[in-house]
Ligand binder design. Structure first.
Ligand code: G6P
Length: 480
């Protein structure tokens, strides 16, 4: 048992740290790597005595729990085999493609499922061991769908929240999953289940009825019988970013200067298009490149010299669909630059790298139009970062209607990325948009992101979890 217990416990697949080396005794040395989630949760962790349970990102390496930036971090160990079966397999070879509307084909393997259940139990046990009597535990994302129920079985005293960061598919797709009933029952261990979009919550409520035989009323699910009867609330809580922090970063004179330098280094083009994604098949990078290729070939850009900067950060490289995607994208980029480049000029600048936040902010400031053309995306925080960075009220966001952000960012130019002609038209519209119109739209977008930042997201979710879960509204979702 740990010597101290915690009133607030976050359980996520990853710890918010990077391994930066090893100590003299061979113990791993970590450094916190603040992403959106930790930025939002760090103040809550500090004020409420919080612990964060997660995997440190490398095989067979856990080490002892440690304190960092006022947070207590508890590493969960995964073997190389478990990384293969639970993380690369069930999480990213089955659930990720299934939940993103089968853009890639999900694989169903019983040994992946067994590893997933075993690892989820390990996370649940680690969280149970940290939580004080009556503590709040917030479980994150599709890697840990079984943790809420496993936790409740061990610790009925806890208040349990679950947030699904990715889409929840329609039942016609979800029902492919051989373990659909257990997944739904796993999530229903929570008191409050949060989703990015209303449609995700509605899809989940339907899965509760169809896969688990539960009854629902509005956004509430009734589970159990007699003494064990409980109500679970499922509702949208769209996640966001540290908008003020991002705006401050993009306002730094060094970042503004770097943005100007980027434009010069790109050969001072007439327009810069920007894509920033993890290299993932859900992001629509191939479609985006095809669209850009056609724009170059059919003369729709007139005599404008336009470049596309595509940042594709390495991701899940040992999963075959990701390795295949990299090959395809790099082939397309090579052909495009080969066909349309000249000495000293190339239309696509492809960067298979991750960049620090200040370089990203400079790219956002330099881009005349940001292309967020995902085929399916839970939210897409890049869209919100672009908006937050544009303190100059300039730039145009071209946004896929299949990204959760489209529910909030109405002043973006919305596109169906499968519709190449429509997306071409949207890019031409973005690049030709008068300054006053760009300004009107960007101001409205910025207001939305500033007022709905990640801190508010965490506050809303945790507030609803404490209140016994009365979130945004009570629209009936229909009965079975
Ligand atoms: C998505 C998921 C996160 C995940 C992230 C990076 O945003 O919702 O849970 O952490 O991708 O993926 P990775 O597999 O590297 O953790």
């Amino acid at each position: 048992m740990p010597s101290q217990l915690y009133d607030f416990v976050v359980v996520a697949n990853r710890l918010p740290v990077d391994k930066v080396g090893t100590t003299d005794d061979g113990e791993p040395l970590y450094e916190t790597s603040p992403g959106g989630l930790v930025t939002a949760l760090a103040p809550v962790m500090r004020s409420q005595h919080g612990a964060w349970v997660g995997w440190a990102g490398a095989p067979d390496e856990a080490g002892d729990a440690f304190d960092s930036d006022g947070m207590h971090l508890v590493p969960v160990e995964l073997s190389a085999q478990e990384i293969e079966d639970y993380y690369e397999g069930m999480a990213n070879g089955t659930l990720w493609p299934l939940f993103h509307d089968v853009i890639a084909a999900p694989e169903y393997h019983r040994h992946w499922w067994d590893a997933y259940a075993k690892v989820n139990r390990r996370f649940a046990e680690a969280a149970a061991a940290q939580a004080a009597e009556g503590a709040t535990v917030w479980v994150q994302d599709y890697q840990l769908l079984l943790v809420p129920m496993m936790l409740r079985e061990q610790r009925p005293d806890l208040r349990i929240g679950f947030f699904n960061h990715i889409p929840f598919p329609g039942y016609e797709i979800f029902s492919q999953l051989p373990w659909r009933k257990r997944v739904v029952e796993g999530v229903l261990g929570a008191d409050l289940v949060g989703f990015q979009r209303r449609s995700d919550a509605t899809n989940f409520l339907r899965a509760c009825r169809r896969a688990a035989g539960a009854t629902t009323r509005g956004s509430h699910v009734h589970v159990g019988h007699g003494e064990g009867r409980r109500t679970v609330h499922a509702a949208p809580f769209p996640i966001s970013i540290d908008a003020r922090g991002f705006e401050a970063l993009a306002s730094d004179p060094a970042v503004i200067e770097r943005a100007a330098q980027v434009r010069t280094e790109l050969g001072d083009p007439d327009a810069i298009l920007l894509g920033v994604d993890r290299l993932d098949y859900t992001k629509g990078i191939r479609h985006r490149l095809s669209t850009f290729k056609e724009l170059l070939e059919d003369g729709a850009l007139g005599d404008k010299r336009v470049v596309l900067v595509q940042v594709a950060s390495p991701s899940r490289e040992r999963v075959k669909a990701y390795a295949d995607l990299r090959d395809e994208v790099e082939l397309i980029v090579g052909r495009l630059n080969g066909d349309h480049g000249t000495v000293g000029w190339q239309p696509v600048h492809y960067l298979h790298q991750s960049f620090p936040r200040d370089e990203m902010a400079a790219l956002y400031l330099a881009a005349d139009a940001m292309l967020v053309t995902a085929l399916r995306d839970g939210m897409n925080l890049v869209a919100k970062e672009y908006v937050a960075a544009r303190h100059d009220d300039d730039g145009v966001l071209v946004l896929s209607e299949f990204a959760g952000a489209a529910d909030e960012l109405h002043q973006a130019v919305l596109v169906n990325p499968h519709d190449i002609d429509g997306t071409k038209g949207a890019i031409v519209e973005a690049l030709g948009m008068p300054k006053a119109e760009r300004r009107r739209r960007m101001r409205a977008l910025r207001r939305r992101v500033r007022e709905h930042d990640v801190e508010r997201w965490a506050r809303d979710f945790l507030g609803a979890l404490q209140d016994g879960a009365h979130a945004h509204d009570e629209e009936p979702a229909g009965q079975a």
